[in-house]
Design a protein around this ligand. Sequence first.
Ligand SMILES: [Zn+2]
Length: 243
Amino acid sequence: MRQGVNLDRNPVKKCTQCGQVKPLSEFYKNSSQRDGRTAACKACVAELSRRYYENNKEKIAEGMRRHYENNKEKMVERARRYREGNKEKIAARARRWREENKEKVAEYSRRYCGENKKKVAESTRRYYENNKEKIAEGMRRYCENNKEKIAEIKRRHYENNKEKIAERKRRHRKNLTDPYIKGLLRQQGISNPPAELVEIKRQQVIAKRLLQQMKEENYEPDCINDETKQRENESTSEWHDEA
Ligand SMILES: [Zn+2]
């Protein structure tokens, strides 16, 4: 039995640094030592390396910097190769990190957006411009896969905003806005109508409403006397022939 080494079922060893007797598992493996373990325990190794780093920060940084300078291309190439060969691993790691640091990410993006409003708006616009189809496809797919969720959101939105929505509808109807006219055309099975058709439909609605109003008010213009009425009736057939 070697000095300081206990060969029973729970082997222990005395640390040369702190002098404590600890289980062998508390020492790092080291094949250059006779018993296959480091002389100092794990805790002492950690403390020693921490102290060494503290006392030699600049030297270490300088050494790393010089090493990087002397091996730049090799290191850049190695990093590139690593990224190429481990895309999924890297993405997964980044995803996991973002998942575990949601608040940090939100805070960072809030600050970044606040400080770079113009840049962010510009890059968003550019991204949208360059990825229109991808975005539309993604949205289409999302809607397709989340039908129930979206229906529920719509339903809740409608419940919470009934009056506002009704008021908006009234306003659209009163002002004969494009969305309102397009809605009428859609009911007739026409989607994406050209502007001219929207305009024709608008005039049609105006005429219809006017006629309705006249009917309700029993409108009889003074200028039309019995004689002109008579003439109108006679020429009605001609009108129809022309149309
Ligand atoms: Zn120790």
